[in-house]
Every structure is written in C-alpha cells, then in structure tokens.
Ligand binder design. Structure first.
Ligand code: MTE
Ligand code: MO
Length: 524
C-alpha cells in the first residue's frame, strides 16, 4: 500500500512512517546548509575572497595523507578534483541529515553542528585574504542558524493537525512554505554571486587574451614534417586544450596582471621585484620542451610537449647575483604551492624558462597564467611552478617543496620512458602489415633508440621522428607483419647516454615510474 502525508498509515505504521522521518530531517538539513553555503559563496564573490567550501577543499587536498592523494591521482587521474567535490557533497548530505535529526529532538545540538561547520570554514580560509577571509563563512553560519530557526519554529497560531509533526509542533505544510521561501532567497543571492563571478572571470580572460607577447630573440627549433609520424600517435606538439593538467588548486587562480609581481630573493646579492612588463623587458626566447608528471604510470598520459616562450631563468639569476652556498632554487605560487630544484641544474646550460607563453598564446589560466617555470629534464613537481610569484634562493637542507614531506623525492630528474599509442591495447587488428607506434622521452638527455617486441620475438628497431631537441619527446614507428592470434607487444627506449629502460615495472612513488610499457592485441 502507499501512504501520503495526509493519510497517516494505520495498518503498518512502522515502515512508511520511518520513510517520512528519514526524508524530512534531510530536508531540514539541506535547507540549513544550502542557504549558508550559497550565501557564504556569494559573499566571497562580492569580496573577491576565498569561498568557504573551496577553502575546506584546499585544506583537505593539503592535509590528506599522501597515500590517499596518490591513490586519488592514480584512480581518478586528472578528475581527482571532481572526485573530491563529489566526496564533499556526500559528506554534506550526511551532516545535513544529522542536523535535521538533531533539529527534531535536540535543537541546541543542531545549532552546535552548524556553528562547528562554520568554524571549520573560517579556519580553512585563515590566512588567505586577511580579516576578510573569515567574513564569508561567518555570514554563511549566521544565515544557516537563521534558516534553522526559521524552518523549525512552529507558528504561534496552530493550523489543522492532520499530518505527523515534523518538529514537535511544526507541520509539514508550514515547513514546506518556509523552506521554499529560504530556497528562493538563497537562489537569488546565489544568482547574483554567480553573476559577479562570471563577470570577473570574463574580464580577466579578456585582459589575458589581449596581452601581446614579444617576439622571441631566439626562436624555437623548426619542426619539419618528418617530426610527424602520424598513424594516430599523439601529435608532436600538444595543443593547449588537451595538455594534461595537474595541480593542487581546487579552483584555477585568476590573476590580475596589474597586481602580479615576481619577487626574487633569499640568498642573493640584490633582491628584485618585477612587474610583468619588467620581466618581459629582460628578453624572451622560445623553446620546445616536453613536460611530464612524476605520477605518470608506465604508458600514462600525464605528459605534453609545447613551444614555451619565456625569459631564461639564468638571466634573472645573473641579475640578482646568486650567493655562494645557495644550492636550491625554490619557487612559490600565488596559491601557496612550492617546489625547488638544485641551483646546479639551473646553471648547467639547459633552457630553464620563466615562461609566459604556450604554443603562441599567453599561458592559459589552467597552465599558470601569467607566469610559470618550465625546466627541461625535471618532473613538474620539483620545477614547473604555475602562477609563479616568488623565486627564493636557499639551500637543499633548508627548504622542502610541497611534495617532499609527502613522501616524494627531493630530486626529480625525468626517467627514460616510452609508450605505445598504436595499436590501442585491447583492440584487434587484421593480419598482415601493421604499424606499432608511439612516443618516447628522456628530456634533456635525448632519445637515441626505440625498440618494440612482439611476444618473445626479437627486438625491432623503430624509425624515429626528427631529433628536434633533446628536451622533447620523439615519436617512433615499427612495421610489423601481424600473424593471427593474441599478442603482447612491448616497447623500450634508450637515451643518448646509451642507457636502456629497465624492464621491471615500478610505481611512480617516490621519483617516477620505471618499466616497459606493453599492450595486448588480437590479430585476426
Ligand atoms: N602552483 C602550482 N604549480 C604546479 C603544481 C601545483 O600543484 N601548483 N603542480 C606541478 C606538477 S606536479 C606538474 S606535473 C605540473 C603540471 O603542469 P600542467 O598542469 O600545466 O600540465 O605543474 C606543476 N606546477
Ligand atoms: Mo606532477
């Protein structure tokens, strides 16, 4: 049988009533939290401050045990932030339910939970925007408390009593009316906040797109048609919109160029602060550099190759005068992320760049607008700070970047790797002449040889795309006479120092994955 609120169940009271009970506390809790969160978020937009949910998310990202974060990147890849957001929503639903239950029985407990959540929001935003950082969560908490009071306080004059009370003395109908009113007010404030935010993002994006970057004093190497192997291998240059993205920022920092400064200090003779124009005045060069993430699994896609326009890091280091004993070039981003690498690497002649352009455009916001570091031959986690605001000369002992206390190696030279893009694993191909093709990389050493092997056959040496630069990957292709059956195909690369990739697969943690990539195909 079915029951409605107007027809209290008589025959089987237990089950349906419980269904009502569980729906209603959730309703109360949702109204209470949604109003506070949405209003808090909107206030943050008005103030240009960190929003409480974003702040909590960032704290979770920064304080979650390294193993959990590694697992999240492994499991969800570049969708790890979506996973976190889903997690936050699920958690809020649970807490909402708790508040709803408490509101019915012990109102002070419900108020206590709301205040506790507000305090978490305030503490999470601490240190981001001065005193203003606390305002959004504070306003949100007050709104949630008012909403709690409003939707759970019975009206003075009692109406007809036909349905079980939601909270002692409060009927479902009263609750629905009040919840709708709170909902409408919340939606209005939220829409205004959203409008403010979209307006600001559009304005910053337009300003960013408008900046004209100078012509490089030294151009990137020319990429001939022979650098393109084709056959469905990933292109030599990765377009900006398909370049992998890895960072700890829950929402992409949006930086106003007029406010941006780069500070170079620490163990230097003449600390320096540069505006964007002053940085560009030092002169830019363009270089093709492949960047990859240390979290990339064997065969993974956390790698991309771009033409980077930037000021040579050495120019800036010469200007400030690096002091003897300053063994580490540490750097810091607008969102508080840090990393560092040996000064000897910065000064060994490689094209480390303070980059402002990517593939002929200003850096996209996701990839560090307005300025980031790119260092050939080092994994991103030790070198390629996006939204760069500070370069700090220090020692290897005195400073550890973001990922180091989380269990990753302090040194992060890129390991030689190779990947099979064609055929795709798990697919079937027809017998006869087929190609096996992919990419291989050993940034700053260069790739000298790639070989592929079918089952336990002989290694077949691949044809390589033109050697454009040691700092970029190379595409490779092997022709293969495919015979019917199920096959396993392996690849291995040799770098220009003559070292061939080891076969054993090891996990990315702590300093980059090793091992031969392999795929399975069936030939018919
Ligand atoms: N500010 C900031 N910069 C950062 C990171 C970050 O989390 N925050 N992640 C680093 C890591 S681990 C990598 S692999 C590269 C990725 O750069 P991309 O997102 O442009 O591909 O950025 C690096 N720079
Ligand atoms: Mo990374």
């Amino acid at each position: 049988m079915t029951t409605t609120a107007e027809q209290p169940p008589l025959e089987v009271p237990d089950a349906p009533v419980r269904a009502h009970r569980s729906a209603r506390p959730l309703g109360i809790g949702l109204v209470v939290f949604a109003s506070g969160i949405v209003v808090g978020w909107s206030v943050a937009q008005f103030l240009g401050a960190t929003d409480p949910i974003g702040a909590v998310g960032s704290r979770v990202i920064d304080h979650v045990p390294a193993a959990v974060k590694d697992w999240a990147i492994r499991t969800f890849g570049t969708s790890d932030k979506v996973a976190l957001e889903v997690g936050i929503v699920v958690l809020l639903l649970l807490v909402s339910f708790g508040v709803g239950v408490a509101a019915r029985r012990r109102p002070p407990v419900a108020q206590g939970i709301v205040v506790a959540m507000g305090v978490v929001g305030m503490l999470s935003a601490k240190g981001t925007d001065g005193i203003g950082a606390y305002v959004p969560a504070l306003v949100g908490t007050v709104v949630s408390l008012l909403a709690l009071w409003f939707v759970t306080t019975p009206p003075v004059t009692r109406g007809r009593r036909s349905a079980p009370d939601l909270v002692p003395g409060l009927q479902r109908r009263d609750f629905m009316i009040r919840a709708s009113a709170v909902g409408a007010a919340t939606a209005t404030v939220g829409a205004i906040g959203y409008g403010v935010r979209s307006g600001r993002v559009t304005q910053l994006n337009e300003a960013a797109a408008k900046i004209s970057l100078p012509t490089p004093q030294s151009a990137a190497p020319v990429v001939g048609a022979d650098a393109a192997i084709g056959h469905g291998v990933e292109p030599f240059i990765t377009p900006n919109d398909s370049f992998y993205r890895i960072d700890t920022a829950l929402s992409v920092p949006r930086i106003d160029l007029a406010d941006w400064r780069l500070r170079i200090d620490g163990m230097v003779d003449h600390p320096l602060t540069l505006t964007f124009d002053q940085l560009l005045d030092l002169g830019v060069v363009e270089r093709i550099i492949t960047m990859c993430c240390v979290s990339n699994e064997v065969g993974g896609k956390l790698i991309g190759n771009a033409r980077w326009l930037g000021v040579p890091l050495t120019k800036v280091l010469e200007k400030v005068g690096v002091q003897r004993g300053a063994t580490q070039v540490a750097s810091e981003s607008d969102d508080g992320w840090t990393c560092g690498f040996p000064t000897s690497v910065a000064l060994d002649g490689r094209d480390a760049l303070i980059a402002v352009g990517m593939n002929g455009e200003p850096l996209p916001p996701e990839h560090g607008f307005p300025v980031r570091l790119v260092v050939p031959g080092l994994y991103g986690y030790v070198s390629s700070t996006k939204w760069l605001t500070r370069i700090n000369l220090t020692t290897m002992e005195d400073f550890e970047g973001y990922w180091i206390p989380r269990g990753w190696s302090q040194l992060g030279p890129v390991k030689t790797q190779s990947r099979i893009d064609v055929p795709r694993t798990g697919t079937s191909v027809s017998a006869g002449r087929q190609v096996i093709a992919g990419v291989a990389w050993a940034q700053h050493r260069g790739i000298s040889k790639v070989e592929a092997r079918v089952d336990d056959g002989d290694w077949m040496e691949a044809t390589l795309s033109t050697d454009v630069t040691d700092d970029a990957w190379r595409q490779w292709v092997v022709e293969w006479d495919a015979v019917p059956g199920d096959h396993k195909i392996y690849v291995r690369a040799t770098d220009s120092t003559g070292v061939t990739q080891p076969s054993e697969i090891s996990a990315p943690d702590p300093d980059g994955a090793t091992g031969w990539h392999s795929i399975r195909v069936s030939v018919s």
